[in-house]
Structures are given as C-alpha cells and as structure tokens.
Design a protein around this ligand. Sequence first.
Ligand SMILES: *Cc1c(COP(=O)(O)O)cnc(C)c1O
Length: 407
Amino acid sequence: MAYINDNFIKIPATYLFSEIAKRVAQHKTENPEADIIRMGIGDVTLPLPDASVDAMITAANEQRKSETFRGYGPEQGYDFLRNSIVENDFKSRGIDIEADEIFVSDGAKSDTGNIGDIFGLQNRVAITDPSYPVYVDTNAMGGRAGEPSASGQWTNLIYLPCNMANNFVPELPKEKVDIIYLCYPNNPTGTTLTKEQLTVWVNYARENNAIILFDAAYEAYITEENVPHSIFEIEGAKDIAIEFRSFSKTAGFTGTRCGYTVVPKSVTALSENGEKVSLNKLWLRRQTTKFNGTSYVVQRAAEATYSPEGKKQVRALVDYYMENARIIRHSLEAAGLTVYGGVNAPYIWAKTPDGIGSWEYFDYLLKEKNIVCTPGAGFGPAGEGFVRFSAFGIRENTIRAMKRLEK
Ligand SMILES: *Cc1c(COP(=O)(O)O)cnc(C)c1O
C-alpha cells in the first residue's frame, strides 16, 4: 500500500481563486447579459515587450540550426542573463552581488515554494498576515506549519498581522523566530516598508540568527524614494537574506515564465551538529538535483528586458498599470472607501464599508456592480474586512468599473 504525504490533506480545499471563479460563473449563469469586469486575479493583460518577443524569435531560429542549437543549459542560468541581472538590478543601485549568487528559474512562485527544501522542519516560521498564499501552503505541505485551526491559522506558524492599527508595518515577533517571509511591495495590501522599517527586520534577523526570505516580485512598481528595491540595499542584509525576483509582473512574463533568486554566499544557517552551512551551496545542490534550467529562448527574452529598448518598453508597461492604480485609488476614495497601496504597487487594498465581511462585499460588488475583486480574507485571517483591487486590467475596463463604483 502506498501512502500520501498527509500534510496535503490538512490544507483547506477551498482555494481562493477557484471559489471566486465559482461565484462569478454562477452570477453569469443567472445573468447572461451581465458585463462583468474582472479586477480580481493578479495576472497582467498587456502583451510582452517587443524587445523580448524579438529576442525569442532570434533565439528560436538559433534552435533551428545545428551550429547554434542549445540543449541543456547551466542549471543556474546562462551567464548572459545572470551578468545582465547583476549589472542592471544590483550594481546600478550600488549593491555588490555576484553572478554566482543569482539562480535563474521559471518564476518566483516555484522559488518561494521550493526554498523550504533547504530548511529543517524545526524552524519557527513567521509570515505576514495577510500574505501571498504560497508561503503558508508550502510550509504546510512540508510539515512545518503544524495543524490548521478553526481561526484559519496554523498552530506552528507565527503570524505577523498587518492592519490599519500598525499601518501595515508588521511588528517584530514576541517569540523568537528562525525564518521570516517578507514581501515588499506587498501582495495583497500594496503597501511597502521604508528603508528604516526594513532595517529593523534586518537587524532582528542578524541578532537572532534568523533568515529573511524577501519576495521583491513588485520591485519595478516602486515610485517613492525611500522604499528599498532590494533587501540588499540594507546594510548587513547579505548575511541573512535571500531575495526572490520575477519578470512576471515587471515585464509581462506570467505566461512566459522567468524569475530568479539571489542567495548571497555569505548567508549561512546551522546544521544539526551546529556547523554553519552556506545556503548558496545548498540551493545550488537543490536546483541542480531537481531543476534543469529555464529554457534558452525564455532567458534571451528576459535578457532583452535590460536592453535600452527593453527598458523603455518595460517602463511603459509599469507606467500604464500604475496609472490604472492611481485611477482606482482615486475612485475608491471618492466612493468613500478607506484605501491603502496603489502608490508603489499595482494593488489597492480597500476597507469594506460598514465593517461587512470580505466575501459579503465581494458578492455585493459582483451582483450589484458586475465587478470582480479579491476578498481579503482569502489571503489570511487579517485580510478579513478588506478587498483587493488589481491595477492589471486594461485602461478602458478600469475606468468603466470605477464609474460604476462612484455611482
Ligand atoms: C505574482 C507573484 C509571484 C510570482 O510570480 P511568478 O510568475 O511565479 O514569477 C511571487 N510573489 C508574489 C507576491 C506574487 O504576487
């Protein structure tokens, strides 16, 4: 008899986006004429930058000829891409990161989900609440989360509530933790940490021998000066942090698939016999064992985002979504809602009116306004009483949706 990993069946079955899809489908069945505008799921709508498509065509043609054909590439990614990343995402900001600290992948979801492989089950894990569901669910699958409780919290995870009372800046945990997930600019709240606020966490990690797993998938959306684009802008972070990046939200790669993870050679954690072990070496071992690299064609597409034209085209994509964000923020405020985010992130986090529940407000917007948002409760207990609006829609739909709301 074969047995399953029982951790999988502990995870509540109702997945956020399938529940949303179910409710939208039912509304559509009952109202076939309804002109539904989707501002829920976090996928982009604009096409890839031309520079990336051109690079893929060129690379695909290389794959056609035996002289230029490429088979398995380096598991960590091709040098051309890792060197471009180092130059453009780090050296240009005065951050000293080397190419062998960059691990190219098929996206940040895989990396933020897989990173748990290299950490022991005895680690105490802290996760901001609300959060991107991957952090909680992969810790649950790995057996590091304990048991789910009626409150929606896992018994072994330490939740760091982000709410109006703390202005969405998590407070340091009261008990000692070993691993901390931070995502800034944040999905789902759209809020950020300033350099000073992130420094508090870096100092905590240094003092407590903890590791920060920093998800910077929305780095490109930062507009304000004092918001760090990388955790490695903070002094001392290179000893305690791993950073995740993605081309998905930056350059429209959600369907093309490319991201990377930075594991500085100076980051270490303890083995059971108390030895300091390099996490860069462990992650290299993990990736070379379980991953055979991102496709050559896609890595060329990612590299092209750093060309002069590529940079301009990426900037135009980000600016387009951020104008949507400005419109959404403005309209929600005009409609009398209290809103957060939308300044350094493509998400707007809105307090539901009159303290009604997330799903109740979701249903109201769906049935009365034909607008689909994302209920905040789906991102964790502290998300109850909020909904998330995405700025990834097309402009015309964003404007039409907001007109309906202002009425
Ligand atoms: C979208 C997203 C990602 C990952 O995206 P990939 O497409 O897998 O690169 C990672 N983290 C957060 C917070 C996201 O919202």
